[in-house]
Every structure is written in structure tokens, then in C-alpha cells.
Ligand binder design. Structure first.
Ligand SMILES: Cc1ncc(COP(=O)(O)O)c(C=O)c1O
Length: 481
């Protein structure tokens, strides 16, 4: 085979090498000669389920839905057998000191970071555009976040990148910071300068945690941004299920190669927070996803996603009234995440036109725009169809019905903190009418999903900027006075 070895990002990928899949292999053996089971799960290898469910999900999927501890698969907590072998392979592939498999999403990975590395009253610097699981981490541990505000991309009503210089200032102003926690890329694909951020953290001798939930492909292609694992981050979290091809809820938590973070404490936290019945199909899908992405076919799929994204960006930018985030704006984005807007239409209206008139589903819509993901499984013809739909929309008068809806503008405001998230969460609360809530201290986490970024957290003062965003609320829970 030509070009069997590709070199990039300080490593070489041998596209012809045998790629091991220990957990998949063991599951395959079991599928071909299953034992007779007298154990959980009670559907007994799919023998006792609703036929419609079996039809949808497939008999093999039910057979694979067995339990760790049985059928020679190994266990997750503690990691043993084929499950451990699969985690070790993932660790080697992602260049980590240690990698853990997680079957409850990056939500639990983030909680384990907090629970494993923080103690009550620890101070951490956290980017405000973090997923709400990061913030839940401060509630369960009692740590105090010092907020780092990312750049505001007001034209797009979203947060952008983190300023390394502002981080440096914060680290100069605040002593005894336990760690810095940032999200990269943002949900909409904006990329921060993690190399510089990592360097700044190193100089201040403060560990860096990167929620790279949306960047699990980065390790596998030279045209995608560099993973924080290769830039000195101490912990990196990946939602393999988001873009990596694993089943929904599958995540990996990696400890950085040179990190001094106590991996045993993180493992212990995972054990306490994680389900005691990890799904074998989810664990196997992590093994499969890593192996596929490392393979020649996987590399071609990522290349395909990049080619399609570049093609779509080029074609869509020629359509009148269409603007794409990151094209010409000096904003660095992951090419496969395409945030676009069409003049005269809110993102929500555009989403519903695409869905109702063209049978197209996009990743998400906000007040301003829509997020389109160029996935490893998408075809060029699908992008052609989307381009033709956008052309039709731009030529026809699709009146914006947003006046019929309440528009939500996410307030990108600096939080006014009155008490710690934990103290507020456990205080006495009352529900009051939303109109009367300005000036009161919120006891709720208000973070609509997607993207799950917090607009209000327990302990923060509700301001008039929050009110338009709360249009689905008639009442809001606040701290009792
Ligand atoms: C940046 C970020 N981190 C973590 C999560 C949580 O991931 P999961 O859905 O895998 O639990 C999300 C979910 O959208 C996210 O956007």
C-alpha cells in the first residue's frame, strides 16, 4: 500500500498495522458461543423483551447487553481483563498516562475530575462557558469557582475563545488556585490557544484540565486542531459518542502523560460516581471507536468529514445572506463544526424550515444561527442537499415567525456571585414569579441543553439581562430571604 505510514503531530500512524480490539474480540467469541446465564440482566440475552423493541434494537444487541464480571469480559471497577486491555490501548493511542472508560457520558467524567481532585473550599479558575457538569462539580465538592469569561462573539450570541492573557492575569491575582478548567473547543467549534494556556499554567505551577468533549477526533488527523493531551494538559475529557462514532453516553477520561494529578484519586471518584452496572455495548463501542479511528478506514472517514466540511463552507458562503462563523473573522474553528446564519431568519426558524420543508435535522439552533456537524459518516450528497435547501431558502421569502415565539438571547454577562454554588444549593429556597426575581439570589442551575452552558447558577444574582432568556419559566427558585 502506498503511503502506509502517515506522520503528523509528532507521531506516526501505520495504516497497515494490525489494530487490536480486545473487548470486541471477547464479545465476539461470546456471541458465537454464549454461556447459559442465571444472572442480571433479566432479559436473559434478549429472550424476554417486547418483540417491537427486539426488532428495533436487534437480537445481537440484546445478546451483547450482558454484564461485566461474566462471560470473560473483565470488569470496569477495578479495571481487569479485556476491559483493562481496551483502556490501556486507548491510553497508548491518545498518548495519556492513563485512560478510563466511562459509560455515563462526559458529565460523569467531569464530576469525577472535581470529586477526585478537589476538596471543599478549594479555589479553581473555570471558564464560564463550561458545561453544567463542571459546575455541578463545584456543588458536590464545595470548591469555589473564579470565573474566566471567554471572548463574547456578540454577533453570534455565543462565547468564543479563552484569552491566555486574561488567564495569566487571573493567575497573578489569585493565589492557591487548585487548577484551571477550560472547555476546548466550544460547542460551536471555536478553538482556544491551548498551547499558550498550558504554558501559562505550567509557569504558575497550576494543573490544567481541558474539557475536550467535542474534540475526540483531533488526535487522529493532521488537519484538525492539536489535542490538549499533546500540549501538556493534566486531564482531558472526551465524549467519544459525540463525534468519535461510539454509542451515546460513551466517554473517556485521560490523565496527561506528565501530570502530577493523583490518578488513583480520580479512579476512586469514578468508582463512587459511576453506575455499578456499566453497559458492555457502551464499553465495547469505546474499544471499537478507538480502533476504527486509528485504522486506514477511520482516517479516510475523518478525511471525508473534513473534505465535506470544506466543500460545504465554500459552497454555502456563496449563497446570498448566508454567513459562516470563522470564515474571514479571525476566529479559529474546528473545520467540521459549522455554525451558520441566514440573514432575516433566527436560528430557530431556520432549523424548523430545514426540518419541516426539507427533512433535514441539524445539531442545534440558537437565536442567531444553526450548528451543522460534518460527521465521519456523512456523505457529500447530503451536503449537496443541504446546500440546495439553503439556496431555496435564500431565494424564497421564508418570513421569520420569531415574533410568534419568544426569542432567547443568551446573556453573556459576568456572573454576580453572592454565595458559593454549594452553599446556595443547600440553602432554603422559595419559588417566586419570574418578574419579581431581579436582584434575588438564584438557587437553580439554568443551563439549557444543548449546549448546557450555565446562564445562572446557585448563588448568583438574577439581573434584568437574564429575564428574556427565561421565557419558559413563569416561576424561578431563589434563596429564601
Ligand atoms: C463541553 C461539554 N462537556 C461535557 C458535556 C457532557 O457530555 P455528555 O453528554 O457526554 O455527558 C457536554 C455535553 O454536551 C459538553 O458540551
Amino acid at each position: 500500500m502506498k503511503n502506509a505510514v502517515i506522520s503528523f503531530k509528532n507521531k506516526q500512524i501505520n495504516l497497515t498495522k494490525e489494530i487490536k480490539t480486545p473487548l470486541l474480540d471477547r464479545l465476539f467469541e461470546y456471541k458465537n458461543s454464549p454461556s447459559i446465564g442465571f444472572h442480571i440482566p433479566g432479559h436473559t440475552r434478549g429472550a424476554a423483551v417486547h418483540p417491537k423493541f427486539k426488532d428495533i434494537i436487534g437480537a445481537d444487541a440484546l445478546l451483547a447487553d450482558t454484564t461485566d464480571e461474566f462471560d470473560n469480559l473483565g470488569t470496569l471497577h477495578p479495571a481487569t481483563g479485556a476491559i483493562k486491555e481496551a483502556m490501556d490501548l486507548a491510553s497508548r493511542c491518545y498518548n495519556s498516562k492513563k485512560t478510563f472508560f466511562v459509560t455515563s457520558g462526559s458529565t460523569i467524567s467531569n464530576l469525577a475530575v472535581a470529586f477526585g481532585a478537589l476538596r471543599p473550599d478549594d479555589k479553581i479558575i473555570v471558564a464560564r462557558n463550561s458545561h453544567r457538569s463542571v459546575l455541578t462539580g463545584t456543588i458536590i465538592t464545595g470548591a469555589n469557582p473564579e470565573w474566566l469569561m471567554p471572548k463574547k462573539l456578540t454577533d453570534w450570541a455565543i462565547y468564543g475563545s479563552i484569552s491566555p492573557f486574561e488567564l495569566n492575569d487571573k493567575l497573578n491575582q489569585n493565589k492557591n488556585i487548585k487548577f484551571v478548567w477550560v472547555t476546548n473547543p466550544t460547542y460551536e467549534g471555536v478553538v482556544s490557544d491551548i498551547a499558550l494556556i498550558a504554558e501559562i499554567c505550567r509557569r504558575h505551577n497550576v494543573p490544567l484540565i481541558v474539557d475536550e468533549a467535542h474534540g475526540s477526533l483531533w488526535n487522529f488527523h493532521e488537519k484538525l486542531p492539536e489535542s490538549a493531551l499533546n500540549m501538556g494538559a493534566d486531564i482531558v475529557v472526551h465524549s467519544l459518542h459525540k463525534t468519535g462514532g461510539a454509542l451515546t453516553q460513551s466517554s473517556m477520561l485521560h490523565i496527561g502523560k506528565n501530570s502530577n494529578i493523583d490518578a488513583d484519586r480520580i479512579e476512586h471518584a469514578l468508582k463512587l460516581l459511576h453506575t455499578t452496572s456499566p453497559s458492555i455495548p457502551l464499553l465495547a463501542s469505546l474499544d471499537a471507536s478507538r480502533a476504527f479511528l486509528e485504522s486506514k478506514e477511520g482516517h479516510e472517514s475523518i478525511q471525508n468529514a473534513i473534505d465535506n466540511a470544506e466543500y460545504f463552507r465554500e459552497q454555502a458562503s456563496k449563497i446570498p445572506d448566508v454567513t459562516i462563523l470563522g470564515e474571514n473573522g479571525g476566529i479559529n474553528t474546528d473545520v467540521t463544526k459549522i455554525f451558520i446564519k441566514v440573514k432575516g431568519l433566527t436560528g430557530k426558524r431556520l432549523e424548523s424550515v430545514l426540518e419541516l420543508d426539507f427533512n433535514i435535522e441539524i445539531e442545534s439552533a440558537s437565536d442567531e444561527g444553526i450548528l451543522v456537524l460534518s460527521n465521519i459518516g456523512n456523505k457529500k450528497s447530503e451536503f449537496d442537499y443541504l446546500i440546495s435547501a439553503l439556496n431555496i431558502i435564500s431565494k424564497n421569502n421564508y418570513p421569520d415567525l420569531s415574533h410568534l415565539e419568544d426569542i432567547k438571547f443568551m446573556p453573556l454577562t459576568e456572573p454576580k456571585v453572592a454565595m458559593s454554588p454549594r452553599e446556595a444549593y443547600f440553602s432554603n429556597k422559595v419559588k417566586i414569579k419570574k418578574e419579581n426575581s431581579i436582584g434575588r439570589i438564584s438557587s437553580e442551575v439554568i443551563a439549557l441543553c444543548p449546549p448546557g452552558i450555565s446562564v445562572l447558577l446557585p448563588g448568583e444574582i438574577i439581573t434584568k439581562e437574564h429575564i428574556p432568556y427565561l421565557n419558559e419559566y413563569t416561576e424561578i427558585e431563589v434563596i429564601e430571604e
